[in-house]
Write a protein that binds this ligand. Structure first.
Ligand code: 5AD
Ligand code: FES
Length: 353
């Protein structure tokens, strides 16, 4: 094991210098990964025990005005099948999810101008009125600060906006010129300031990623100190400019989950669908590496395949009820248990001092 000292220091101080991150990402081996996973799991067990939170993902629109080079839903992809769920359909997904024990709903979609602030406000209010004991997470991209405020005042609790990479040159390699890293970061700061439990995150192994860009990601996460972090391997989509690029590393994704757990200790950290797609035991191993959340899909099966961010996405043929049974079994197989609570972020600022 080459990097035990770095990993021990990270566990003790919840921080590493950029140069240390670069050294670690340039030289880690299998023993480092195993050791980091063991320490990370111990850390997660301290806050969450053997419990895993569930979030019901509702992919409510596949229309997107953006043109990110990696994403199958990019506006230039003429082969993408576009759909949007109507408010009634979203509500029936929530109802089905509620009966299955979900107490968090995640509304995720492309940046779709049909869903104006007014329509979003109506749907947020309706969900919170019908399911007052549930948390509502939004993941609908970059908006004006006034829109974020309006969503928060309507009752949305959490917001996911992955930063994708914290290094500007790398960001510009993944996105067309009309998008910018400073604006993305500004959105994240606004969301946090407004009071959302806020999530950032990135793809592991996206084209152009290096030990240096990963060091920037870790430094940015440390600085933002978000309540949630979403990461998963980059997976190519056949109808995008990145079709021929190599997929991200499975082991590196697990390692990063462990490092994020050691740095952000009590953060809400999902073992994502992309991790389950790249490896049949990805979500289980993600939990064992330090994750504590899984996000089964609640979208109607009729639209599942159309929400195609990357090729070969899993769970596109299964009803929500089957997914949850499958997920419960998977978690039990590693000694963990899915729980029905909202699973809010609990601050530990005192402990950090
Ligand atoms: N591979 C992996 N993840 C992807 N995402 C988008 N496209 C891909 C891809 N090809 C992720 C992005 C985005 C989230 C919704 O899905 O990080 O923020
Ligand atoms: Fe919409 Fe990538 S094109 S998020």
């Amino acid at each position: 094991m080459k990097n035990k000292d770095f990993i021990d220091r990270l566990e003790q101080k919840a921080y590493l210098q950029k140069e240390e991150w670069i050294a670690l990402f340039s030289s880690y081996d299998g023993e480092d990964r195993a050791y980091a996973a063991e320490r990370a799991r111990k850390t997660a067990d301290r806050y969450f025990g053997k419990q895993v939170y569930i979030r019901g993902l509702i992919e409510f629109t596949s229309f997107c005005r953006n043109d990110c080079y990696y994403c199958g839903l990019r506006r230039s992809n003429e082969k993408a099948q576009r759909y949007r769920l109507l408010p009634e359909e979203i509500l029936s997904c929530c109802k089905a999810g509620y009966e299955l024990g979900f107490r968090t709903f995640v509304l995720q979609g492309g940046e779709d101008s049909y869903y104006t602030d007014e329509r979003m406000e109506t749907i947020i209010r309706e969900i919170k009125a019908r399911f007052p004991d549930c948390a509502l997470t939004l993941s609908v991209g970059e908006k004006e600060e006034a829109s974020y405020r309006r969503f928060y005042e309507a009752g949305a609790d959490r917001y996911l906006l992955r930063h994708e990479t914290a290094q500007e040159a790398h960001y510009n390699l993944l996105h067309p010129p009309e998008m910018s890293l400073p604006h993305r970061k500004e959105c994240l700061r606004q969301l946090k300031r407004i009071g959302f439990q806020t999530g950032c995150g990135f793809m592991v192994g996206s084209p152009g990623q290096t030990p240096e860009t990963l060091a920037e990601d870790m430094a940015f996460i440390h600085e933002l100190h978000p309540q949630m972090v979403g990461i998963g391997p980059f997976l190519p989509h056949k109808d995008t400019p990145f079709a021929g690029k190599e997929k991200g590393g499975y082991e590196l994704t697990l390692f990063l989950l462990s490092l994020i757990r050691l740095m952000e200790r009590n953060v809400l950290l999902p073992a994502t669908t992309a991790l389950g797609t790249i490896h049949p035991k990805g979500r289980e191993e993600g939990i064992l590496a330090g994750a504590n959340v899984v996000m089964p899909n609640l979208s109607p099966v009729s639209v599942r395949k159309k929400y195609s961010l990357y090729d070969d996405k899993i769970c596109t043929g299964d009803e929500a009820a089957e997914c949850i049974v499958c997920m419960k079994r998977r978690m039990q197989s590693i000694g963990y248990e899915i729980v029905s609570s909202r699973g809010d972020y609990v601050s530990i600022e005192k402990e950090r001092e």
